[in-house]
Design a protein around this ligand. Structure first.
Ligand code: BDR
Ligand code: CA
Length: 302
């Protein structure tokens, strides 16, 4: 099994990613970051997920805000709690530490992947504290950015938009990056049929995931008119555990930190008429959604 640390901001799709990862990989730790909701909420949600899963994976709380500027949250999509109105699971778990960055540095090993599914603030701090960190890990699979449409702005994806300076440092660090952006994750959708299958499977993770689907489908219906939601974050887990399901191309990716219209955009060099810039990332373009969803449903217990 692949070993990984999940850096996350749960988050509906982060929650599904955490469940998936614990079933198909060896999750050695979880680090949390401000993103979909404030750090206190994302950390509480991560702890609650470990209780649901009945695992002892340590949760280390990380950055409460981006490198520059004020925290950006996504309450319209994930609610104030980060998990909308999904039933809370009572638990008595506590964080292992408030030093996610120290944990990331200490836990580094050549077979450990970092699966980064929130803003990249913790990772940027780790690189700043020890630039050799990127040489001591297997690589970083990111849900973030896009080789196409944005969501936080017309051209910027939320995780990158919430901390563009951090994202720029990660993409410029020389580490092996696999980027699962919106152009990929919009191919991997849940709908009410999936929610029904989850509800029918009478196990705690499936019941929880059915509630997640119901909540996010309702929010997406108000926002887009369609009762479907992209399973963004599980794509980054699958990129490590099932790379055969994801088509990638080596590309040069830069993060716009200045543009008034384009701040937070991942600029992907896809030129064919001129020599493109040297690649620094494997960019996901296609996913075998049927096989990927079978993996997710199996992991959830449906
Ligand atoms: C990303 O932003 C968050 O809202 C999701 O959890 C996902 O990580 C999608 O843009
Ligand atoms: Ca996320």
């Amino acid at each position: 099994m692949k070993r990984m640390i999940i850096d996350c901001d749960p988050g509906h799709d982060d929650a599904i990613a955490l469940i998936l990862a614990h079933r198909v990989a060896d999750v050695v730790g979880i680090t949390t970051v401000s993103g979909n909701a404030p750090l206190s909420a994302t950390t509480e949600n991560a702890l609650m997920l470990t209780a649901l899963l009945e695992v002892d994976t340590p949760v280390h709380a990380g950055a409460a805000g981006p490198l520059v500027g004020e925290p950006v949250h996504a309450a319209m999509v994930h609610g104030e709690s980060g998990l909308g109105t999904v039933d809370r699971i009572p638990h008595s778990r506590h964080v292992a530490s408030d030093d996610a960055v120290g944990y990331l540095l200490d836990a580094a090993a050549e077979d450990i992947w970092i699966v980064a599914i929130g803003p990249l603030t913790n990772l940027a701090h780790a690189i700043e504290r020890d630039p050799t960190w990127t040489e001591r890990i297997a690589g970083i699979a990111i849900m973030g950015g896009s080789a196409g449409v944005g969501n936080a702005t017309p051209v910027a994806e939320f995780n990158i938009y919430a901390d563009p300076e951090a994202a720029a440092r990660v993409f410029e660090s020389g580490v092996e990056v696999v980027m699962c952006g919106l152009n990929l994750t919009h191919q991997f959708l849940t709908d009410d049929g999936i929610a029904e299958r989850l509800r029918a499977a009478d196990v705690p993770t499936a019941r929880f995931a059915a509630q997640i689907c119901d909540d996010i489908h309702g929010r997406m219906e108000s926002l887009t008119g369609r009762r479907t939601a992209a399973l963004h974050d599980p794509c980054a887990v699958l990129a490590v555990t099932h790379p055969d399901l994801i088509e990638t191309e080596a590309r040069a990716v830069s993060v716009e930190v200045d543009g008034t219209l384009t701040r937070g955009m991942t600029v992907v060099d896809q030129r064919i008429t001129r020599r493109p810039n040297a690649p620094n990332a494997l960019v996901g373009y296609g996913i075998d959604a049927e096989k990927g969803m079978a993996q997710v449903l199996d992991a959830l217990g449906a």
